[in-house]
Design a protein around this ligand. Structure first.
Ligand code: NAP
Length: 340
């Protein structure tokens, strides 16, 4: 494959960021855009100088001159859109959250594997300089064995029932949209959890507006994650190990530095700043994978995407609708996993 020919589906906010970032990445170009409306496809095409504009996603799937599709639709559409493009023989980069649940994520992965096509969840954080440095620092053992990952990501948005953040029909809610970032950090550092305890608050539009979860990992390490769409959080992260710690400043999903503190040794601030909006790094990784004939990125493999979706499922299953006032309730005390 020489120049990689991209199609973009769902020309909204993040698709515009993606098209902006594509200008600075070698080896690929956006050749087609599809919207549910030809007017929006045309406007996006004009803005980013994209020749082919489609008013129907199926027309993009049928375009033989498109190698890979960037799925930038709301979460509720990720499974059907990804499956449709895979079935049409396209590679796919699918926005986060990859799917509404682990079952969908598995079906998407199975389809890509069965057809030998590339598929990746667009968790752009993983490809940023700070996350590359974080992965290297963890692998080097500088802070020893990780025991605790604390991370939160929350802001206060006005309630907009139709917006993807607040609309349950679009897969809205704090957990799927923002909580995935703290959860993927726990996954990167600690792997998949073996036990999850969580709670949260469902807002007036029916989505979780605030969640908190504790993930216990094999060996005893903990992940403590929070996310919100109606509460301002620190948006930072800290990894505590047996010999030191690593701090990610706000915003923890796209930090421009990290501080590594070791004992003895002290604190070292490492610059991880970058030009542009940061999406260029994940695009470059997709180009690298396709050039090397890889169907998955080792940085964000599908097995891990499915594990992250399973963790999100386990958290969401414990976020219950409870009356705003009332007596104290606890999880089932007869649960045998509960320590006596
Ligand atoms: N990586 C990141 O930093 C980042 C940042 C923001 C969002 N995201 C993710 O990217 C995805 C899209 O987010 P966004 O902020 O770009 O959303 P957005 O601005 O609402 O754009 C989504 C696009 O999807 C299309 N769409 C298809 N069915 C739709 C429906 N039923 N309702 C609304 N839109 C529909 C629309 O385009 P047409 O109708 O024209 O086809 C719309 O422009 C989400 O999964 C989100 O979590 C990632």
């Amino acid at each position: 494959m020489s120049t990689i020919r991209w199609g973009v589906v769902g020309p909204g906010e993040i698709a515009a960021g993606f098209a902006e970032a594509m200008r600075s990445v070698e080896g690929g170009e956006i050749v087609a855009v599809a919207s549910r409306s030809i007017e929006r496809a045309t406007a996006f095409g004009d803005r980013f100088t994209i020749a082919r504009r489609y008013g129907d996603y199926a027309e993009l799937a049928a375009d033989p001159d498109v190698d890979i599709v960037y799925v930038a639709t709301p979460a509720s559409r990720h499974e059907p859109d990804t499956l449709a493009f895979l079935e049409a023989g396209k590679h796919v980069l699918c926005e986060k959250p990859f799917a509404l649940d682990a079952g969908q994520a598995r079906r998407m992965a199975e389809q890509a594997r069965a057809r030998g096509l590339f598929l990746m969840e667009a968790i752009w954080s993983r490809f940023l300089p700070a996350y590359r440095m974080l992965a290297e620092a963890m692998a080097s053992g500088r802070i020893g064995e990780p025991l605790l990952v604390e991370a939160d990501f929350g802001m206060r948005w006005p309630v907009q029932p139709q917006h993807r953040l607040f609309n349950p029909a679009l897969g809205g809610g704090a957990l799927l949209d923002l909580g995935i970032y703290p959860v993927q950090l726990c996954s990167l550092v600690l792997g998949a959890p073996q036990h999850v305890v969580a709670d949260g608050v469902i807002g007036e539009t029916g989505v979780d507006e605030q969640i908190a979860a504790v993930l216990r990992h094999p060996g005893g390490a903990l992940g403590v994650v929070k996310s919100a769409i109606r509460t301002v959080m620190t948006c930072t992260a800290r990894i505590a190990g047996t010999n030191g710690s690593i701090d990610l400043p706000a915003f923890m999903h796209c930090p421009d530095a990290l501080t590594v503190t070791t004992h003895p040794g002290g604190a070292e601030r490492i610059d991880a700043s970058y030009q542009g909006n940061g999406l260029q790094f994940e695009i470059a990784e997709v180009h690298r994978c396709l050039a090397e004939g890889l169907t998955e990125s080792p940085v964000m493999p599908l097995t891990e995407t499915i594990a992250i979706a399973s963790t999100l499922d386990a958290i969401r299953a414990q976020v219950q609708r409870v009356p705003p006032h009332g007596s104290l309730t606890i999880n089932d005390p007869s649960d045998e996993r509960r320590p006596r």
